[in-house]
Design a protein around this ligand. Structure first.
Ligand SMILES: Nc1ncnc2c1ncn2[C@@H]1O[C@H](COP(=O)(O)OP(=O)(O)OP(=O)(O)O)[C@@H](O)[C@H]1O
Ligand SMILES: [Mg+2]
Length: 267
């Protein structure tokens, strides 16, 4: 890999689940793998270097100072040590939700630090894989203005995979067509629906409360509210000059995913 990969996807689409699987796949290919969920202070390390595990556990256990930043910094340090001190040739750094935890303002610098490991490694290596995931749409624009990372979008589950998951849920339930339509294949939305006894109204109310959308709606002008109503029917209507500020507000709220300009497989 020539660049760190930054993966954007809506909340609950399966980024963490996927990244954990990546860890297992790369372990089988003889990588020393460090996976950290910076926001939730969880980690998986597949390495025979005891020091790596000890240091991560130490930082997570330490409650003085702001752990996420220390943890994010530690990954860079450990990557350098794995290459230089331990002469590892294949390393993978899998960093989950880092921007949320260290602050979107530090997203660019962090990606640059990962790129530096790839471009100016402290020792020879065979392969370095660095993957960062985020649902923060705001960080996308910040990273996108540099040529420091390969930005990729992730969407929810495929219809066949989602249906398989749906079939595993016991008891009476909404039809699979309805569930697919309401969730768009988002596995967390599926579990929300299940937990609420398949009440779509209840899930919608939960979303309104948790994101404080009620207050948000009242912060909008009359014309913005009308435009929002249109956008719910067709999100592409937001791509008009006088609607971009509304679009940006929705990105900030993580209710809209932007930047999938070309619907092309390679992108
Ligand atoms: N392919 C899958 N099959 C079955 N369940 C899945 C799959 N992908 C994700 N899930 C489940 O869906 C839920 C949400 O997934 P996950 O936590 O990976 O989402 P996320 O994109 O990391 O969300 P967030 O942005 O909030 O961190 C989890 O309970 C996870 O186990
Ligand atoms: Mg996650």
């Amino acid at each position: 890999m020539r660049f760190p990969v930054v993966i954007y996807g809506p909340e609950g689409c399966g980024k963490s689940a996927w990244l954990r699987q990546v860890a297992v796949v790369l372990k089988k290919q003889d990588f020393d793998v460090i996976y950290v969920d910076v926001a939730h202070k969880e980690y998986i390390a597949y390495t025979d270097v005891r020091e790596v595990i000890d240091k991560i556990s130490e930082v997570i256990a330490d409650i003085t100072g702001y752990t996420p930043i220390k943890l994010a910094d530690l990954i860079i340090l450990l990557a350098n040590q794995l290459l230089k001190k331990w002469r590892k040739k294949r390393i993978a750094l899998l960093i989950d939700e880092v921007f949320q935890a260290i602050g979107v303002d530090k997203a660019e610098v962090y990606v640059k630090m990962l790129l530096n490991i790839i471009e100016y490694p402290p020792a020879d290596y065979e392969k370095i894989i660095a993957i960062v995931t985020t649902s923060e749409g705001v960080s996308r624009a910040k990273i996108g203005r540099h040529l420091w990372a390969w930005l990729m979008s992730m969407w929810n589950m495929s219809e066949s995979g989602f249906r398989e998951l749906y079939e595993k849920i016991p008891g009476p339930k909404l039809s699979s067509e309805d569930v697919w339509r309401f969730t768009g294949g988002n596995p967390r939305a599926l579990s929300q629906l299940y937990r609420s006894g398949w009440s779509i109204d209840l899930v919608i109310k939960e979303i309104i409360i948790s994101r404080n959308l009620h207050t948000f709606i009242h912060s909008l002008s009359e014309s913005e509210r009308y435009r929002l109503l249109e956008a719910i029917k067709d999100p592409d209507t937001l791509l008009q000059q006088e609607r971009i500020s509304l679009l940006n507000k929705l990105i900030e709220l993580n209710t809209v995913v932007n930047g999938i300009t070309y619907r092309e497989h390679d992108l």
